[in-house]
Ligand binder design. Structure first.
Ligand code: ATP
Length: 568
């Protein structure tokens, strides 16, 4: 179900934590788990009161040699067993709800990244958003947010039990209980600031490590390992200090709250003790016998337990708020544009750009302004132009990886669906193909799981990849290790050709190829034109000869990109 983005933005502007509630509301399964979690927590409160009452009854029976000893023991055993089972269920529902919410948020983040919404994020920031921040949202909802609701209901239940037994003890609990939330609010701002700083540091570190790992060979070539090692140490140290600060606040909060709770329990114990020794005359007086006194004494620590758990999870709230601020711009744009559609058939689509404007968020200059073109179904459009004028960007717009700021990209006259909603209607071979750890065959079968070896050999031959000594069994790592740069790129092309997508989008498919291999690849591409619509971004003159429509992008003196369309 697409979220209501207006509501989201309004909530964000109010900064009342509503983005967090909005993020949890996305999954129906998570809502169900949260409800069960809440119910089990309320049951636990009822069991805690019963357990205290039965324990006190049993002790009273033991001392007075009462006749209901076995009944009290049996009932206590029953309550203890059911409470243990209920606690296990509660822990399970809590973990399930946290995992489910994290999964739902993660799915939304993946969809947003696939739509190019994370263009401004470094890979490290994107992976932090996918892993830590999504988890922080899940932990918060199953932890602090649920505990807040539980604590208020449980407090009322315990107070009702205490007041109905002894109003003085009820009063002690009532007057000491607000100290805990009050203290939490007092440390709140500091905790939030510390969590924000820790998250900033984590996001920075994510990207920093990834960049250094990728560039490790370059760093070694320039003998920069020592300097980088030191820089990594400094960055890690900074993260450690910030994490310790968050933990210090969390521990300090817990310790102070433990102290409050211990003092309040001691106060109840003092009152009950003085009463049993007949040293005070206030309260219910002679009705406070040993059993009732013990019940109140057992009830007091249970009363503070939900509030202490709430305080212990307070840093979860700060971490989740910080995470929601980062995820908000990514997830607020999840709505599908109206009248969008994936390609309904396997027929080659026509392509239209209708007055498209596009600017990368961190660039002042628009890259495309009022760009329009039409490519009939089964046509071949070749995009050429100076480096950096926007050829790859245009391909991404056609793919639905990027969304125009104004105007529309249409497939068969209908607005293009974001790539995350696509159903295999287009095949993409980019400049930096993506590999999986496995064999060459594994990498090809990503797009055609049922393809037999003969089909794979045929497509490899078309792309000039039939001379590898281990053939389909050639092992690859996730960086394409096992293939040369040009071979890796041709594997990407082979994958696109192997798919049955009716729209082929190819970015520099013949770069780094010797003339003989380029000729083979061009023959393979020529064979696609007519029954597939093909769009190619290239610098190659030979490749440009495939075009029945061509486009030239060039940069004007004033920095503007102009777009010249020609029917070949
Ligand atoms: N993710 C991004 N964020 C901001 N600016 C970007 C981003 N990607 C590309 N650009 C900028 O947009 C411009 C067009 O980039 P693009 O990759 O589309 O060019 P290109 O014509 O394909 O270049 P080349 O021929 O060198 O491959 C460049 O000036 C680049 O700096």
């Amino acid at each position: 179900m697409p979220p209501d983005t207006d509501q989201f933005h309004a909530a964000r502007a109010r900064n009342d934590g509503a983005p967090l509630r909005w993020l949890a509301g996305q999954s129906r399964h998570a809502r169900l788990l949260l409800r069960t979690l809440y119910l089990t927590a309320l049951l636990d409160t009822a069991f805690a009161v019963s357990q205290a009452a039965l324990l006190a009854w049993l002790a009273a029976q033991l001392i007075s040699g009462g006749t209901s000893l076995w009944l009290a023991a049996l009932l206590l055993l029953l309550v203890l067993t059911v409470r243990t089972l209920n606690s296990a269920l509660r822990a399970r529902q809590g973990a399930g709800a946290a995992a489910e919410i994290s999964r739902a948020v993660r799915d939304d983040v993946v969809a947003a990244l696939l739509r190019g919404r994370g263009a401004a994020l470094t890979p490290g920031e994107a992976s932090t958003a996918l892993l830590e921040q999504s988890d922080a949202i899940g932990r918060y909802h199953a932890g602090f947010a649920t505990q807040r609701r539980i604590a208020s209901m449980a407090t009322l239940l315990f107070l009702a039990a205490a007041f109905s037994t002894d109003w003085i003890v009820g009063l002690i609990l009532l007057l000491t209980a607000p100290l805990i939330p009050l203290f939490m609010i007092l440390v709140g701002t500091g905790a939030q600031r510390a969590a924000d700083r820790q998250l900033d540091s984590l996001r920075f570190l994510g990207g920093y490590f990834l960049d250094r790992l990728r560039g490790v060979l370059t760093l070694r070539a320039f003998a920069r390992e020592q300097a980088e090692q030191h820089a990594v140490q400094v960055a890690t140290d900074d993260f450690r200090r910030r994490t310790m600060k968050v933990l210090r606040i969390a521990f300090l909060t817990s310790a102070v709250l433990e102290l409050f709770a211990a003092l309040a329990v001691a106060l109840v114990a003092l009152y009950v003790g003085l009463h049993l020794l007949n040293l005070v005359a206030i309260g219910p007086g002679p009705t406070l016998d040993f059993g009732t006194g013990l019940f109140l004494l057992l009830l007091a620590p249970e009363f503070y337990q939900p509030l202490r758990q709430l305080a212990a999870g307070y840093h979860e709230r700060a971490a989740a708020r910080a995470a929601a601020e980062v995820l908000a711009p990514l997830l607020a744009t999840q709505t599908m544009p109206p009248d969008t559609a994936t390609l309904p058939t396997r027929r080659a689509p026509s392509l239209t750009l209708a007055s498209v404007n596009f600017r990368y968020p961190d660039n002042d200059q628009p890259l495309l302004e009022n760009a329009s073109l039409h490519l009939p179904a089964g046509g071949c459009l070749v995009i050429r132009g100076d480096s950096g004028t926007g050829k790859s960007t245009l391909l991404k717009l056609i793919a639905g990886l990027l969304t125009p700021d104004h105007g529309q990209v249409q497939h068969n006259g209908r607005a293009v669906a974001p790539l995350s909603h696509s159903t295999g209607a287009l095949a993409w071979a980019g400049q930096h193909p993506w590999f999986i750890h496995g064999t060459l065959a594994d990498n090809l079968r990503l797009v055609a799981p049922a393809a037999d070896d003969d089909t794979l050999h045929a497509v490899l031959a078309q792309c000039g990849l039939d001379n590898l000594s281990s053939g389909l069994s050639t092992p690859l790592d996730e960086n394409g290790g096992g293939l040369s740069g040009g071979q890796g790129r041709r594997l990407g092309l082979a994958r696109a050709l192997l798919s049955d997508a009716p729209l082929l989008l190819l970015d520099e498919p013949t770069a780094e190829l010797d003339p003989a291999t380029e000729a083979r690849v061009l023959d393979a591409l020529r064979a696609q034109i007519g029954h597939r619509t093909v769009v190619i971004a290239t610098h190659s003159v030979a490749c440009a000869a495939l075009a029945d429509h061509s486009l030239w992008l060039s940069q004007e003196a004033d920095g503007q990109i102009s777009l010249e369309v020609a029917h070949v």
